[in-house]
Ligand binder design. Structure first.
Ligand code: ATP
Length: 322
């Protein structure tokens, strides 16, 4: 293998740049030419490809976002668009491709690996942490720290005004961000899809909390597939308990910002591991980190199997919210 390509796809995540940097350095170290593909699968279909060298990846390790840019390209679900993309890469002589993204990106990658001669290796890059085959995805640690900073600020005002707050965090269909930022932020209640809570249970817990003498409370809500749903929950709580509240939707601030040390280190390891996997002749796999060891998982498993929330963390959270 002489030439490889790399792209970022789906939602951007802090640490993607650190991963690109590591992959480029590892490629150069092994005398491989490496090409960047702009805007994910969209750029692959359009042939928007350029050579990467040490100069391009200088001073990007600390930057959020992705220098390769990213996009949603639904047309990639069609075989013609994928064939066009493969053709564009093969014309340049690219034989291996690194995909940094989430489950949607890996669905496309699974197809690519089975339909073409290009070797495909995935790297988990999404703030949601919802990818099977790795303890953490690149961007998750930064996202929970960004959420935590906001929760801490909200606690100051909640305490001063003796208020109930609903803070809505991202996480796709899962409660990873909600659970971990909730524990760290001392949330009084947690609404996540993995352990749904009826509105009556939520209300009686809040009534109990305030009866015991608490003057303020923060409920962390995972947005799931209903962003903005916290407003409705807050209204229902008001109807049943009379508690006035404020709603804060953290939204896209969770996607940006300087990656934490944890995300930079994870991204650096996985960027190197992805190039190594291509050199070793692997394809159709994702590189992940499990118990601090690099692990290869079939791409299909990463989106077909479901990653569960950490049981111990769920128990910790439940106990601290009693
Ligand atoms: P995130 O979880 O951070 O949003 P993601 O990779 O899941 O990241 P998606 O928008 O779901 O983000 O997917 C990224 C891209 O992958 C899509 O825009 C599309 O080009 C491609 N893709 C998604 N699903 C499929 C599929 N079933 N077949 C082929 N390509 C797909």
């Amino acid at each position: 293998m002489k030439k490889i390509g790399i792209l970022t796809s789906g939602g951007d995540a802090p640490g993607m740049n650190a991963c690109i940097r590591a992959a480029v350095r590892m490629a150069i170290h092994n005398s491989l030419e490496i090409y960047g593909i702009r805007r994910g699968y969209r750029g692959m279909i359009e042939g928007d490809v350029f050579p990467l060298d040490r100069r391009v990846i200088t001073n990007i390790i600390h930057q959020g976002g992705t220098i390769l840019e990213t996009a949603r390209a639904p047309e990639f679900e069609g075989a013609d668009a994928r064939a066009q993309g493969v053709n564009n890469l093969q014309q340049i002589g690219i034989e291996g491709l690194i995909l940094i993204g989430g489950d949607g990106t890996f669905r496309g990658g699974t197809m690519l690996a089975s339909e073409s001669d290009i070797s495909v290796i995935g790297v988990p890059g999404t703030i949601d942490n919802d990818i099977y085959g790795t303890d953490y995805t690149i961007g998750f640690d930064t996202a929970i720290n960004t959420a935590l900073e906001a929760i801490d600020r909200i606690r100051d005002t909640a305490r001063s005004h003796e208020r109930l707050f609903f803070v809505e965090v991202m996480g796709h269909h899962t409660g990873f961000i909600a659970l971990e930022s909730g524990i760290a932020g001392g949330a009084e209640e947690l609404l996540i899809p993995e352990s749904p809570l009826e509105i009556d249970e939520l209300c009686s817990h809040l009534v109990e909390i305030f009866y015991r003498g608490k003057k303020s409370a923060i409920v962390i809500v995972a947005e799931t597939d209903k962003p903005g749903n916290s407003f409705q929950i807050a209204n229902e709580v008001k109807d049943r308990t009379g508690f006035d509240s404020r709603v804060c939707i953290l939204g896209h601030v969770q996607r940006g910002g300087r990656p934490t040390a944890h995300d930079r280190i994870l991204a650096s390891r996985l960027g190197i591991a992805a190039v190594q996997a291509l050199i070793d002749g692997k394809s159709g796999h994702m590189v992940g980190e499990v118990n601090r060891k690099i692990v290869l998982t079939p791409l299909r498993d990463t989106w077909q199997k479901q990653k569960s929330l950490h049981k111990g963390l769920q128990e910790t959270s439940a106990l601290l919210r009693e």
